[in-house]
Design a protein around this ligand. Structure first.
Ligand code: LRH
Ligand code: MN
Length: 396
């Protein structure tokens, strides 16, 4: 007979799914360089293969996020191949990420660029990305804009805001009825004076201006250290404008470290606000849980499995919070009572219950260990060593 606690862990794991990023399997670095890994994925097929392994071993990441220029360099023409890869490796295309930051033409911005022809080029890329998503039966178009400026006075911030409203509205009109547009914000980098979509309020206003199927995407690394991210999450839920997350962790800025590696209680507090909202409203929030990390030093597949396992632990800990008792303690201003309800749930070791759940699903109780024993890494290291040795390691 399972304990009530174990039942809650089981129930939470039944509903929790998280999307993994194709770029998490590729060689990535910082401006100081890139330390290449022989086993890194460089082709869309290798990314689907690695993502398929993570889903096979964990069972909870059925979709992989794709970045258009990196995974579909020929655009629409690549969609048949991608659909075949999805079928072969047992993982479906997830959110589609247009790339409006890599091309030289975007030096002074994309939708915010003073040059009309470049704004129009950016719009064509977003529209093609929406069509690609339709060919892949993907629901979410995940938009992040590097647009901004590096020096005071060099940008008309209000004019750029009007252009963003216009082009996001036009993009929204191209969405199919089942699709959504997720608008991500970031306070700085690569722009270091102003960023056009710098915080949750700006993304919320832009999403509202774009249309009813536009929501806000919260990348946990895109906040100043002193910001209360779970309060932003609570407000976006209350406004019915929370569309999804890019989970990662950081000590300083947008470090894109593995989720829960620095501040696991932060993620727990976010999940707690979401489950509290769902318990209070009695309805599931329509949220895309996604990972957005760059694994510069850790083995990329192991880091991804570690992240999915950590996400399951933090989500099921949050599921142990008794929200009825919490609401009573809050109403009674019982500070210690309310606080300890969260701390007790967070301190609960849910790993035995999670392993029991995996066993009940016929999945390996320890996915990371199962991966290490699978021999997959050895095989791909041999297969890929020659190619990845060619990839450049220096930034400049
Ligand atoms: C920008 C960002 C965005 C992605 C990129 C890989 O910092 O978070 O979501 O497109 O990382
Ligand atoms: Mn992101």
């Amino acid at each position: 007979m399972r304990s009530q606690e174990t039942d809650r862990v089981f129930q939470s794991l039944e509903e929790f799914r998280i999307e993994i990023p194709s770029w998490g399997f590729a060689n990535t670095g910082t401006r100081f360089g890139k330390f290449t890994q022989a086993a890194a994925a460089t082709t869309p097929e290798e990314k689907f293969s690695d993502a398929g392994q993570v889903h096979l071993l964990t069972g909870v990441c059925p979709t992989v996020a794709l970045h258009v220029l990196w995974d579909l360099p020929e655009g629409i023409q690549n969609t048949d191949k991608v659909n075949k890869l999805a079928a072969r490796y047992g993982i479906r295309p997830g959110s589609i990420n247009p790339n409006l930051f890599q091309d030289q033409v975007y030096k002074y911005g994309s939708f915010g660029n003073p040059d009309l022809s470049i704004r129009e080029q950016a719009l064509r890329h977003v529209k093609e990305s929406i069509e690609i998503a339709q060919h892949l039966n993907s629901r979410d178009i995940s938009l992040w804009f590097a647009d901004g400026s590096n020096y005071p006075g060099t940008a008309n911030i209000r004019q750029r805001k009007r252009w963003f409203e216009e082009y996001l509205r036009t993009s929204h009109a191209a969405l199919a009825p089942y699709q959504r547009m997720l608008v991500e914000y970031k306070p700085f980098e690569p722009a270091f004076y102003h960023t056009d979509l710098a915080d949750w309020g700006m993304s919320l206003l832009m999403a509202r201006a774009a249309g009813p199927r536009a929501k806000v995407l919260v990348d946990t690394g895109h906040h100043y250290l002193s910001q209360n991210i779970e309060q932003i999450v609570a407000w976006l839920l209350s406004e019915n404008m929370l569309g999804g997350f890019h989970f990662n962790d950081r000590r300083y800025a947008d470090d894109d470290l593995t989720m829960g590696s620095i501040d696991p209680y932060q993620v727990f507090r976010i999940f707690n606000e979401i489950l509290f909202f769902e318990r209070e409203t009695g309805k599931r929030a329509d949220i895309a849980y996604m990972i957005d990390q760059s694994h510069n030093l850790k083995n990329k597949i192991e880091a991804m499995i570690q992240t999915v396992v950590m996400a399951q632990q933090l989500y099921s800990k949050a599921a142990l919070v008794d929200h009825k008792k919490l609401a009573e303690a809050q109403n009674d201003a019982d500070l210690l009572g309310a606080e300890s309800i969260l701390q007790d749930a967070f301190a609960t070791d849910v790993r035995p219950a999670i392993q029991e759940w995996r066993a009940s699903k016929g999945m390996p109780t320890d996915p990371l260990n199962a991966f290490r024993e699978s021999g997959y890494l050895l095989r791909i290291t041999k297969e890929r060593a020659a190619r990845s040795a060619q990839s450049v390691s220096s930034y400049a």
